[in-house]
Design a protein around this ligand. Structure first.
Ligand SMILES: C[S@@+](CC[C@H](N)C(=O)[O-])C[C@H]1O[C@@H](n2cnc3c(N)ncnc32)[C@H](O)[C@@H]1O
Length: 360
């Protein structure tokens, strides 16, 4: 059973079932509207005609939105392994045909890797799988044009956020940590993995827009080519050392060490420790959520007020917004973070932050 819905400018038929699972006849998740909104709003800022590849297109809702909301689509190739999905994609594009101007639209029913390898290449590729993007990274990167954008969604956040540490080591070649930093650690582990897939072919994948939300991580990378650029990416990989006792942390080339409090550090990584956003790009994206990311401080990791209160055995702490104001007196760039509630991104040291919590 299907129902007709409107998402953005597109009218699409989607499964009527309200329980979202892989077993839907064709996969559609209304929660991912924001994921699609952000893609549309980001691509609106690109000042050139785009050749777009959607290897895992599902109902075609993203394709229908691109075709009805973007003016810069020169070519779009839409693919899904499921023949039911492909039938629905055809119907959904037909439903919107009066709003579609692009003449170069193809729909195919192949494995995503075959689709990518048989293509001539794209300026934008969107990997939106069930679970891990791993299987599709290598061929997407191969088929990405210079200055092209690779969009990656991962819904297997449990691995990268420390629920399944062995899976994380196997699939993402890094150790996660299950603590208050887990989502930022997870997305940085994923970024490094994608970058490693790129550098082996002299491609630098630079994150331009990254976030963690609901059950998924999402990163848009700009692809630059050249050995030096690839080498510069590797320089931004390190470990995060984390003291479970006093919550001190530092970025390090090594995965062990002693905290100044005397306790042995635990560690996460290797992970990417560079900027998660390209603020010049974000500034132009007309999307409320993206604008909140634009305002977020770029310092890697953050201080979770409640985790500190617990570790310092403080009976009470003030309101988050009041603590933020106090932090801002010393670091006016300090902000909250989308990674976690009651948490502050700041360049202040752990000890300076603790003094503020103690009201000293
Ligand atoms: C999460 S859904 C895609 C959702 C869609 N991009 C959207 O925005 O609504 C993942 C899709 O990948 C398809 N798929 C899974 N394995 C595939 C493969 N190896 N090659 C191509 N498509 C595949 C599934 O049939 C499913 O439609």
């Amino acid at each position: 059973m299907f129902e007709q819905i409107q998402e953005g400018n597109a009218t699409v038929n989607v499964p009527a079932e309200k329980k979202i699972s892989k077993d839907l006849p064709v996969f559609y998740n209304p929660i991912m509207k924001l994921n699609r909104d952000v893609s549309v709003d980001l691509l609106k800022t690109v000042k050139k005609d785009l050749q777009v590849g959607l290897p895992l297109a599902g109902t075609g809702v993203r394709a229908a939105r691109f075709l009805t909301e973007l003016k810069n689509i020169k070519l779009i190739a839409i693919n899904d392994l499921s023949s039911d999905a492909v039938d629905l994609i055809r119907k959904n594009l037909n439903l919107n045909k009066n709003k579609i101007k692009c003449k170069d639209v193809t729909i195919s029913n192949e494995d995503a890797n075959k689709f990518l390898l048989n293509s001539k290449g794209f300026d934008y590729i969107d990997i939106d799988p069930f679970g891990s993007p791993n299987n599709f990274l290598e061929n997407s990167i191969r088929r990405l044009a210079r200055e092209g954008i690779l969009a990656v969604t991962a819904t297997d956040t449990g691995a990268m956020s420390g629920t399944f540490p062995k899976a994380c080591v196997r699939k993402y070649w890094a150790k996660p940590l299950r603590n208050e930093l887990m989502h930022e650690i997870g997305i940085r582990i994923l970024i490094r993995k994608v970058q490693l897939m790129g550098v082996q072919n002299d491609r630098a994948l630079i994150p331009i827009l990254s976030y963690s939300k609901d059950h998924y991580f999402r990163i848009f990378f700009r692809c630059e080519k050249g050995k030096e650029k690839a080498d510069n990416i590797i320089k931004q990989h390190s470990y995060l050392l984390y003291c479970p006792k006093c919550l001190n942390r530092e970025l390090s080339k090594f995965n062990s060490g002693e905290c100044s409090c005397g306790k042995e550090y635990d560690f996460a990584g290797p992970l990417y420790n560079g900027d998660l956003q390209d603020k010049k790009v974000l500034k132009k994206v007309k999307n409320e959520f993206v604008q909140s990311l634009y305002k977020e401080n770029e310092t890697p990791f953050f201080y979770d007020i409640h985790a500190f209160a617990k570790s310092m055995k403080l009976a009470t702490v003030g309101k988050t917004i009041e603590i933020l104001e106090k932090v801002r007196k010393k670091d006016k760039k300090a902000t909250l973070t989308h990674f976690r509630e009651n948490s502050i991104k700041t360049k202040l040291s752990v000890n300076e932050f603790k003094k503020i919590l103690k009201n000293k």
